[in-house]
Ligand binder design. Sequence first.
Ligand SMILES: NC(=O)c1ccc[n+]([C@@H]2O[C@H](COP(=O)([O-])OP(=O)(O)OC[C@H]3O[C@@H](n4cnc5c(N)ncnc54)[C@H](OP(=O)(O)O)[C@@H]3O)[C@@H](O)[C@H]2O)c1
Length: 269
Amino acid sequence: MSSIQNGSKTIQQLFDLTDTVSLVTGACGHLGKALAQGLAEAGSSVVVSSREEDKAVQFAQQLPRPVQQTHLGIQLDQLDETSRQAGVQRVQAEYGRIDTLINNGHFPLSADLNSVTEEEFKVQLSNASAYFFLAKAICDLAVAQQRQASIIMLGSMYGSVGSYPDAYEGVSPASPVAYHTLKGGILQMTRHLAVYWASKGVRVNSLSPGPFPAPSAPRGMVQRLEKKSPMKRMGKPDELKGAVVFLASQASSYMTGQNLVIDGGWTAW
Ligand SMILES: NC(=O)c1ccc[n+]([C@@H]2O[C@H](COP(=O)([O-])OP(=O)(O)OC[C@H]3O[C@@H](n4cnc5c(N)ncnc54)[C@H](OP(=O)(O)O)[C@@H]3O)[C@@H](O)[C@H]2O)c1
């Protein structure tokens, strides 16, 4: 069925990403793959970025193309200004537009509050400035072209609540203090940018996963997290697909400055 009366859209139209271009940073990672897949399945042309171009190109080739759209793999190191600018320019040259940015890439840190150095702390926080400068580049392009855009920042449950020390004691380093600082800052940056950019037609929201450990995560830690989770299990990457398509699409057209939490109930305790 096509449009109903008064120009209102069907639910299928609202979630449809056909003819859009989405840039996903860190798209070859544990969650990035599912985010990229969800956007591609909804019809978007997905730009897969990685610090390694070959890896990005290879993964882009594997993405589904339900509307015969074209995906692209590019090199992008978010901590390097030249690489960020070159990445955005490449997408602009290939597609002439960027409708959605998924700021998902994350330069990791394993050092916790007992061992982190000042330099490591600063580098960890520079993931936030990278998210900002990428978001600004996409906002500027959208404004210059008089288009709308949706920016999605990957936050974390650990941007909203403190750590759970018992999960880590004796089996893994504690969750890094700089990571909590970073993710809390990203949620606040989301609100700040959203209010400045709302009138320009650029929406900014955060998507905050709870525990979605990669298969390589220490088993002892995962078992403790499972025990504490209200759902008694960890998230599976596919469980973020619906949320990212919602935030990228017209289904969330009146939503900005918000944090969508997908955490199995962790932050509801
Ligand atoms: N997994 C969870 O439980 C969880 C929970 C809450 C929030 N999150 C957030 O979700 C996002 C994805 O996490 P994940 O679990 O999928 O981690 P991941 O598997 O480590 O993926 C992150 C990706 O970031 C990329 N990256 C690293 N340094 C980068 C840099 N300098 N510039 C650009 N990209 C860089 C890496 O890709 P390349 O090596 O290909 O460049 C990596 O694949 C992160 O922002 C994370 O904080 C994850």
